[in-house]
Design a protein. Structure first.
Length: 214
């Protein structure tokens, strides 16, 4: 409001003074020398008034701009915030860590061994029988073991289940055969002692349990 009032006062005073200087409304003609002097004086006065008005307008605009800092605040608000660095000692995401961990491939030899059929799968007993020995408490088993594997086997463990006459289970006995059976062959083991059994045992059935590759 102060700047506007000042500009208005400059405009009114300047125009009134200019009118007095150039003799507006005087109605007198005057001499040619006086007319030339008045014309030169009026041009100087108009130039001075224009400079004063321009200076006042520039001062007003400068103060108005200094009183309104919103554009700077908007620019500062629009500036993106810098990304904060990760906290020291932060634990990694276990899911991402697991996904990024490469899976180690097995060596060719181990992979082939893992895919290989166990030796026991190629073994079976084709025929068997048993009898009592000693004072009737020893179980002597005779059986033929077939090896269908493409390699020889050794350390063959067998288990024999003994039942009563009515078929009810009575006891089990195990025996490890420290012998070798060649590939694609069979071998008969006669009267092999597998352990002591109850006098009520009447039937027996043996089967291979484990074996090792030779």
């Amino acid at each position: 409001m102060t700047m506007n009032t000042g500009l208005h006062r400059i405009e009114v005073t300047g125009l009134g003074g200019l009118a007095k200087l150039i003799g507006l409304g005087s109605g007198s003609a005057g001499r040619p020398e006086q007319k030339a002097a008045r014309t030169s004086r009026s041009g100087f006065v108009w130039l001075t008034a224009a400079l004063m008005i321009g200076f006042g307008a520039w001062t007003y605009l400068s103060e108005d701009a200094s009183n309104n800092p919103e554009p700077l605040q908007l620019a500062a608000a629009a500036a993106p915030e810098p990304a904060s660095p990760p906290a020291t000692g932060a634990k990694p995401d276990p899911e991402l860590t697991t996904a990024a961990t490469p899976v180690e491939a097995l060596p060719p030899a181990e992979a082939a061994a893992a895919a290989e059929i166990p030796p026991i799968d190629g073994l079976k007993i084709s025929s068997q029988s048993w009898r009592r020995g000693g004072l009737g408490s020893k179980a002597l088993v005779t059986f033929t073991l077939r090896n269908g594997n493409d390699y020889a086997v050794k350390d063959i463990e067998i288990t024999c289940a003994f039942n009563r006459m009515d078929g009810s289970h009575l006891t089990d006995r195990k025996r490890v055969i420290h012998d070798t059976v060649n590939m694609k062959s069979r071998k008969t083991f006669a009267r092999m002692h597998v352990g002591f059994v109850n006098v009520n045992a009447n039937k027996a059935k043996c089967s291979p349990v484990t074996a090792s590759r030779f």
